[in-house]
Design a protein around this ligand. Structure first.
Ligand code: SF4
Length: 84
């Protein structure tokens, strides 16, 4: 389980979540539409969920049905860009 960044963040790339993450597991690349959370590094501290100004971050089990595909989008990002 991990936290997941969902639809409201797409195209915005606010860095509030990145600044508070204690394990630096939130990444993006210049051309990507949003940030992504590495599910293998996230420690489920919830700091990013609280910091997000548009409530786009959810614990994996609590992601709203319309954004469930973002669970895979976050995870798949790290198949292309290994975090370590
Ligand atoms: Fe980082 Fe904590 Fe958010 Fe996981 S829940 S991405 S460890 S701030």
């Amino acid at each position: 389980m991990a936290y997941v960044i969902t639809e409201p963040r797409t195209g915005t790339k606010d860095q509030s979540c990145v600044a508070v993450c204690p394990v630096d597991c939130i990444y993006t690349r210049e051309d990507d539409p949003q940030y992504y959370i590495d599910p293998d590094t996230c420690i489920d501290c919830a700091a990013c969920e609280t910091a997000c100004p548009v409530n786009a971050i959810y614990f994996e089990e609590d992601v709203p049905a319309e954004w469930k595909d973002y669970v895979a989008k976050n995870r798949n990002f790290f198949k292309d860009v290994p975090s370590n």
